[in-house]
Design a protein around this ligand. Structure first.
Ligand code: FAD
Length: 390
């Protein structure tokens, strides 16, 4: 995978779990990792399949203010596969741009994660906010997200980055990472979770300085631990473990809606077909958080969907770890993240596909590859024998 593909597709490297980027711990200190319950993957446990279109722009998200007739228009859209991670940060920066105006009434267009977190950042600065949107949770792309801490996934093409944009990304990621940490707990559906990147390829020995995403400073992730054969319960030769943030979209987005309302915000269901429609709004500051909607609304033809689908299995509360990758020969990249509304299985990123219909072949591939992975895992039986011995 070259750098460009890596940044766009959401592979393990993007998730910062690449096996070439680990530091090693000793086998004895790692024995607790063996005590992982296995996932029960079976077709009679499949609840449903969701589809979402990640709003990808090869040159990265748009975060800037411009004059719009007698109004100020601030763009905050195009977060690719990173919107759930970055939105508190870009929302904070968009709200700071709004502070440059005298008025304190703002219209936010869009009620996905970008619109909701921008609205909250505005409210924290004393603005009165109305959100206008065609759809609200649970019917936004944000609700279809896996929602791991993936601040650079499907976000930008390497050769299209600029120094100014990189600075925006770093600032946004730093603000967002801290904000998400402050919201951990059941109320917002955010928690820390162990993630395992699985592979049969040996990890290359590297310094921990290289244990990082090329786009972000090292302190925006916790370090990885490389586990060799016998040091983990997975049927791959190697696993690389990292503790990371998990967001449960349905809990999180509903909590954000509640907070926006609690702080005096209004939500109006409305579709805008052209920029001229926006001129009819009373507010003189408008913040555009329409995600992929900016393709048609503002004619941003650089925006392209990265279609992703998730198949949900019946929840298994005892499974409280995520996996990225699977067994060789099972048809491509896969990932699993447990949450209270189901175990999310995924592994697709189809550029330019605007269809919201689930792809049956992809569904079969992803469920079967997880079935192969977890049926070969040394799971619950090991846990039971460990308990009876103690
Ligand atoms: C399968 C999948 C997995 C993902 N995994 C992750 C992950 O692990 N981590 C991560 O950080 N991100 C992830 N993402 C990406 C993340 O979900 C998106 O970046 C994020 O949801 C974009 O949020 P948004 O608010 O910009 O867009 P949306 O959620 O699409 O919200 C856009 C809002 O604008 C409104 N709107 C649009 N056009 C108009 C219009 N013309 N008039 C009125 N309203 C309009 C919509 O109705 C909606 O309310 C994933 C996405 C998918 C699909």
């Amino acid at each position: 995978m070259d750098r460009r593909t890596l940044l766009k597709t959401g592979g393990m490297g993007i998730l910062g779990l690449g096996l070439g980027s680990c530091f090693r711990g000793s086998a004895s200190s790692l024995s607790p990792y063996k005590l992982l319950p296995s996932l029960n993957v079976a077709w009679n446990r499949v609840i449903h399949t969701t589809v979402g279109l990640r709003p990808h722009r090869p040159s990265g998200f748009v975060l800037r203010a411009e004059r719009f007739g007698d109004k100020t228009l601030i763009h905050n859209y195009g977060h690719g596969g990173s919107g759930m991670s970055l939105s508190w940060g870009t929302g904070s920066m968009a709200a700071d741009l709004a502070l440059e105006s005298e008025v304190r009434e703002v219209a936010v267009i869009g009620c996905g994660v970008a619109g909701l977190t921008t609205a909250r950042q505005l409210q924290r600065r004393g603005f009165s906010v109305t959100i206008y949107a065609l759809s609200v949770p649970p019917d936004t792309t944000s609700n279809m997200s896996l929602a791991a801490w993936t601040p650079t996934s499907g976000l930008v093409d390497q050769e299209r980055r600029t120094t100014a944009w990189d600075l925006q990304l770093r600032q946004a990621a730093r603000i967002a990472y801290r904000q998400l940490q402050l919201l951990t707990g059941p109320e917002y559906g955010i928690s820390w979770i162990d993630s395992y990147a699985l592979s049969d390829s040996a990890p290359r020995e590297r310094s921990t300085r290289e244990d990082q995403d090329p786009l972000l400073p090292s302190d925006l992730r916790l370090p990885t631990v490389a586990l060799g054969p016998g040091e983990h319960p997975f049927p791959t030769r190697y696993a690389s473990q990292r503790v990371t943030l998990r967001i449960e979209p349905s809990i999180y987005l509903d909590a954000l809606v509640r907070d926006v309302m609690r702080f005096g915000g209004r939500i109006v269901i409305r579709k805008f077909d052209t920029p001229r429609d926006l001129m009819t709004l009373d507010e003189s500051i408008i913040i555009n958080c329409t995600g992929l909607g900016s393709h048609d609304l503002f004619g941003d033809t650089e925006l392209v969907p990265l279609k992703g689908q998730l198949t949900l299995l019946v929840p298994q509360p005892e499974v409280n770890y995520a996996t990225f990758g699977g067994l060789q020969g099972t048809g491509g990249f896969i990932h699993m993240q447990p949450r209270s509304d189901g175990i999310a299985l995924g592994g697709t990123s189809e550029e330019g596909n605007w269809s919201l219909e689930p792809d049956e072949n992809a569904r079969q591939r992803i469920v079967e590859a997880h079935r192969a992975l977890f049926s070969a895992m040394r799971g619950s039986p090991r846990l039971e024998s460990a308990i009876s011995l103690s």
